[in-house]
Write a protein that binds this ligand. Structure first.
Ligand code: CS2
Length: 492
């Protein structure tokens, strides 16, 4: 089987769109930290459309900060890859060419820093998931005790974290008299630009207060809201795409058709015309971030914990259970919607309907265990802010209390049949220990978990009605299991 590469583009099946521009003319204008599936399904696709309109100065140097795997798969295919949108109507595939170069951070940090110093690079964007910011998830402050941060403070010229890379590259640009690049976070964090700015300036301050001030005064950190459901690629996906293309793509993307990108328009040194590719350039992203993080990601996380416990492997399997759909609807309508303040013209009702439709899409095999990962980093923006908002307004948060209880039940590390759950979370060991100490006593367990201030702040443990609701739900999860609990309360 032939490999996907430049030479085979002309002979791909009709209907498969290929880059409509001369890739050799493309220059790197953006360094993107985090070459995971989401970057390739989202920003790289919008930018591919912009390049096709002739803006050849905006190619990507996309960076893997973990290891060489993606680079080793994509370089033999001229850094081309396919994106296949899957729905009930079938599969629509296109080839993306906007990644002009791939670097592997740990292999050669100096080469990456040189690339980030290049005056032609005017934007550094980021998708490294929540934990990549090395912050305290509840407060958003940089965690100075983070091993990566401690290491980077010791040897700032040889960074390992995104924070270390950004600060060292900005320091060098300042020293060379080069204008700073704009830092654009594209991760699912509330006020992601503000969090990026906070961790970068705190680190810069710790190195040199003047540098910190310069960063604060001169570097733009626009906020963004990003959306496209993109499960990790499976061997099955690779085979399916190969059958459709007639050539082998070693690392294809398979995702939903829907895509959305809302960007705060704050790029002092220029940017691609992403609006020509469908992005929404706005003054204020926050309301959109709230809506997406609390409705989409909040529902995702809630379903992932209740789903994993019930043995549902994918979100679509959860949505095949009518009680789970009713739970999601009530969580969105009764707990989340009252906390949203959307600009005129945004139809939240239609947005919620579309989420239900997107989650039902049986062609998308989005694994509940994938979404359940890193809950300690996700809960603050997906659940806790909503809980606070509702409690302050004197409202109830019953459905979210069930979601929080399901997370607690999940991170104990033992499932409903007594089998071990592999909890993938930077705080997994501590979370397991809390469960071990509390035993199967819901009250003690809830107290132990809500006492983790990095996730729940200092206040939620003192919010009596919330604590009682979570405890009640956790008792039911132990006594009856997740499926029966959801069926009993949301069955009709
Ligand atoms: C998901 C997100 O894995 C997760 O936690 O909730 O990756 C989600 O699919 C995206 O944010 C959708 O845009």
């Amino acid at each position: 089987m032939k490999r996907l590469n430049t030479d085979v583009l002309a002979s791909l099946p009709a209907g498969v769109a290929v880059p409509a521009y001369d890739r050799k003319a493309v220059k790197v204008g953006i360094v993107h930290l985090g070459i995971g599936a989401f970057h390739r399904a989202h920003q790289a696709v919008y930018t591919d459309d912009v390049l096709a309109k002739g803006a050849t100065e905006w190619g990507y140097c996309s960076v893997d900060l973990l290891g060489p795997d993606v680079r080793d798969r994509l370089v033999p295919q001229d850094t081309l890859y396919s994106v296949s949108a899957l729905s009930g109507q079938g599969m629509k595939t296109r080839i993306i060419g906007s990644i002009a170069e791939i670097m592997v951070g740990p292999e050669d940090p100096e080469a990456l820093l040189k690339r980030m110093e290049d005056p032609k690079v005017r934007i550094v964007s980021i998708t490294v998931t929540e934990k990549g910011y090395c912050h305290d998830p509840a407060s958003g402050d940089l965690n100075m005790a983070h091993p990566g941060i401690a290491a980077d403070l010791k040897t700032p010229g040889r960074p390992t974290t995104i924070v270390g890379y950004l600060v060292e590259a900005l320091r060098r640009r300042r020293a060379a008299g080069t204008a700073p690049f704009t830092v654009m976070s594209c991760d699912n964090l509330f006020s992601n630009g503000i969090i990026a700015k906070r961790v970068v300036t705190t680190f810069a301050d710790a190195i040199d207060a003047d540098l910190g001030k310069w960063v604060r005064d001169n570097v733009a950190f626009p906020c963004t809201m990003v959306d496209r459901i993109t499960p990790s690629t499976t061997p099955d996906d690779i085979a399916k795409v190969e059958a459709a293309l007639g050539v082998h793509d070693a690392w294809p993307i398979v995702c939903e058709p829907f895509t959305q990108w809302v960007i705060e328009d704050n790029f002092p040194t220029g940017r691609p015309a992403w609006e020509t590719a469908g992005a929404e350039m706005v003054k204020e992203v926050e309301p959109f971030e709230f809506m997406k993080l609390r409705l989409l990601n909040g529902s995702h996380s809630a379903l992932s914990y209740l789903g994993t416990l019930a043995g549902y492997q994918t979100i679509a399997e959860c949505m095949a259970d009518p009680a789970y759909v009713r739970f999601m609807r009530r969580l969105m309508d009764e707990d989340v919607t009252p906390t949203l303040h959307m600009p005129a013209g945004v139809d939240v009702g239609a947005y919620k309907d579309s989420l239900v439709e997107r989650f039902i899409n049986p062609a998308i095999k989005h694994r509940t265990t994938q979404i359940a990962m890193d809950g300690s980093q996700k809960l603050p923006q997906r659940f806790c802010g909503t809980v606070r908002g509702r409690l302050a307004a004197g409202g109830s948060v019953s459905h979210l209390a069930l979601a929080v209880a399901a997370w607690m039940r999940y991170v104990t590390g033992i499932d409903e049949k007594g089998h071990a759950i592999t909890v993938s979370d930077p705080m997994a060991a501590r979370l397991k220990e809390i469960a071990a100490k509390a035993g199967r006593n819901p009250e003690a367990q809830v107290k132990g978990y809500l006492g983790v201030s990095e996730i729940f702040g200092q206040d939620l443990i003192a919010a009596r009605p919330f604590v009682e609701q979570v405890t009640g739900w956790l008792a039911s999860l132990y006594a009856k299991g997740a499926q029966a609990t959801v069926a009993e309360h949301y069955g009709k």
